[in-house]
Design a protein around this ligand. Structure first.
Ligand code: FAD
Length: 389
């Protein structure tokens, strides 16, 4: 049996960020990962999985020493955002200048951020990275949590953190029931080279049958996320490259001229997961293990980074020698995160229902609402500032 202060299961973006945040806390950490990241490709291909990182998450990633490992040439700042409804006249626009910030978000590739986080946790005396790891049993006892690995090793700690994604094994072992609501939609993602420059503008179109986003990548490139009903998503995946480019360019009003596919399309099922509890005695959940949101606001991983930051803060404030697996302490983390998570779920779910709908009254309401919000300077700016974290 090996004893630690903390066991983190899952070293995806969120789990690795928590370990990095606690690197200098004086606590011994076991970081378990089932599928360690692959070495980065040596060619100049682009990852199909792209994130819009909010300024708040960027600050956190800088504070924990991960951002410094990112290649600046692969990052792209969003300077302006343009959101269009399904009526041409209803458009909402805002810019970083308007709200006096440097950027609205930073667009980057999953595998580069994963590699940067991995670099910041490896080689630390305080962190034992165990990968590949296959946990087989978890006991949450009064005095400690005990986790058994397939190779027979047993790890114990006052606290286990589940950072193991949407289908969290830790959550299941702890008996926390999860009943996700399936949107019956998929997010189809792909990257394109564009004929015209994007000028740092992120574009989004709301249609009755889906939501299309083009996020700017460095150079004349964009990343697409097209969330749409399962049948239509599956149909998009069967298109040959030329037809897909034509479909995507047309849906985006040919805003950037002709498109050329540079990363083949892939798709992810979309779901809403809300849990009543994200902490209990000896257990805390963070990231997708704790919540899933529709990707229309690009906030999933940003919510996860805020979980990691908050949990690190609560653990950091615990008096030396105290039991960090105490439910009373962990409830402070749960309470601190509740409002943010519920608000993001309500907004993304509400927008998805409002827009992906054929009802004529709702069509009038959503288009009028977009155009009206565009004219409400201070309210629009306050909304944007909140989203920046
Ligand atoms: C189409 C789509 C587009 C998206 N776009 C955005 C976006 O633009 N911006 C944004 O912020 N978010 C976006 N998201 C959401 C984002 O992908 C997730 O919120 C994010 O990946 C969650 O990170 P995580 O570390 O919590 O979980 P994961 O990324 O799922 O990581 C979990 C880790 O745990 C490991 N693991 C799992 N089980 C075990 C086990 N039993 N033992 C050991 N290890 C285990 C896995 O191997 C993995 O490494 C998008 C999601 C979708 C579906």
């Amino acid at each position: 049996m090996t004893s630690y202060d903390l066991i983190i299961v899952g070293a995806g973006l969120v789990g690795a960020s928590l370990a990095a945040a606690l690197r200098d806390s004086g606590r011994r950490i076991a970081l378990l990962e089932g599928r360690p990241p692959q070495p980065l490709p040596q060619d100049d291909s682009w990852d199909v999985r792209i994130y819009a990182i909010s300024p708040g998450s960027r600050r956190f990633l800088t504070d924990i020493g991960a951002w410094q490992h990112m290649d600046a040439g692969r990052l792209c700042a969003v300077e302006r955002m343009r959101v269009a409804g399904d009526r041409r006249s209803s458009v909402l626009e805002f810019s970083a200048d308007e709200i006096r910030t440097e950027e609205l978000a930073c667009i980057l590739e999953n595998r580069l951020l994963q590699a940067a986080l991995w670099q910041s946790v490896q080689g630390c005396d305080a962190i034992d990275v165990i990968a590949p790891a296959e946990p087989t049993a978890l006991q949450l006892d009064d005095d400690a949590a005990r986790l058994t690995l397939a190779d027979g090793r047993v790890l114990s700690a006052p606290l286990v953190v589940g950072a193991d994604g949407a289908n969290s094994w830790v959550r299941q072992q702890a008996g926390i029931g999860a009943a996700p609501r399936l949107y019956r939609q998929k997010g189809v993602v792909a990257n394109f080279a564009t004929e015209q420059p994007h000028d740092g503008v992120a574009r989004q179109w709301f249609f009755p049958d889906g939501i299309l986003a083009w996020l700017p990548l460095p150079g004349r490139r964009v990343s697409m996320v097209w969330s749409t009903w399962d049948e239509q998503a599956d149909a998009l995946l069967t298109l040959d490259a030329a037809t897909l480019c034509e479909r995507v360019a047309e849906a985006g009003e040919h805003a950037l001229g002709r498109l050329e596919l540079i990363t083949p399309a892939a798709a992810f099922p979309l779901r809403l997961l809300h849990l009543e509890r994200i902490a209990s005695h000896r257990l805390a959940l963070i990231g997708d293990a704790a919540h899933n949101v529709h990707p229309l606001a690009g906030q999933g991983v940003n919510l996860g980074f805020q979980d990691a930051r908050e949990l690190a803060r609560v653990l950091g404030e615990a008096p030396a020698g105290s039991d960090i697996g105490e439910h009373l302490l962990l409830r402070r983390y749960e309470r601190a995160r509740k409002e943010d998570i519920v608000a993001m779920q309500a907004v993304t779910d509400g927008l998805q229902r409002l827009f992906n709908n054929d009802n004529k009254l709702l069509a009038w309401l959503r288009n009028t609402g977009l155009a009206f919000t565009d004219k409400l300077g201070p309210i629009k700016h306050a909304l944007v500032r909140h989203a920046l974290g």
